[in-house]
Ligand binder design. Structure first.
Ligand SMILES: [Zn+2]
Length: 238
């Protein structure tokens, strides 16, 4: 099934949920451009390059990549500096610089993610899962992201949320969506074991969706917000 979501409603829901979770949400047309373009996008581009995807450009990240970065308090910042350089890129130092300017966790929605309501909320599902992980695990979770197993632990649940959005909001076939997601996961520079682990977490969510079971997490909150906004979500488990 497909749940059509008007873009203005999707934006309102995204803002409400960000406030509820104490997250700063950056829309393409409302965020301070200097923060995103001069600080955050270069960091994320470097992270891609450090992970082995050296083809992606800063302009592509700017247009297409949504991401979540933690606001890191006080002494924990120094821990970020301990992340060693990867392929000569001083990831720890650069990340420390970016996070020092953030007062709290930031979700950046890319222009591509904000062209339609369903796409926006599907992206929000994914990024709110990351924000929840940051809330639970703090700096330890952020540090863990530099090793493949840490990325698996963060991206598995997040892509489970993406899957729910693709299926429920865009009407995607579950198995086709799982295949698409696994192709994306292949770009995260994990080793075979971590990639398998991430895929298993997505498979688990797929099995829940196929069984008509609730999957919880950000999707459940978004479905509830859609219901409150007058959208019929009666056919969808939350
Ligand atoms: Zn992610």
């Amino acid at each position: 099934m497909t749940i059509p979501v008007p873009l203005p409603l999707a934006r309102r829901i995204a803002s409400d949920l960000a406030n509820r979770h104490d997250v700063t949400l950056l829309f393409p047309d409302t965020f301070p451009d200097s923060l995103v373009s001069d600080a955050l996008v270069p960091i994320v581009t470097l992270a891609y390059h450090a992970g082995g995807n050296t083809r992606i450009t800063k302009a592509q990240v700017d247009q297409s990549v949504s991401f979540t970065l933690p606001g890191v308090p006080g002494v924990a910042l120094d821990l970020l500096s301990l992340i060693p350089p990867v392929y000569g890129i001083p990831v720890g130092t650069v990340l420390r610089g970016a996070c020092a300017s953030l007062k709290r966790t930031v979700i950046r929605l890319s222009p591509d993610a904000c062209t339609a309501g369903g796409e926006l909320l599907t992206t929000l599902c994914h990024e709110l899962a990351h924000a929840a992980g940051i809330e639970r695990n703090g700096i330890a979770g952020t540090l863990a992201y530099v090793v493949p197993e840490g990325r698996a632990g963060a991206e598995g649940p997040a892509y489970g949320q993406t899957l729910a959005g693709m299926v429920y909001l865009s009407g995607a076939d579950v198995r086709t969506a799982v295949t698409q997601i696994k192709a994306i996961i292949g770009g995260y520079a994990m080793d075979a074991a971590a990639e398998t682990l991430t895929g298993l977490m997505v498979d688990q969510t797929a099995a829940s969706i196929e069984a008509g079971a609730a999957i919880g997490g950000p999707w459940a909150e978004i479905a509830e917000a859609l219901r409150a906004g007058g959208v019929d979500v009666s056919g969808v488990p939350t």
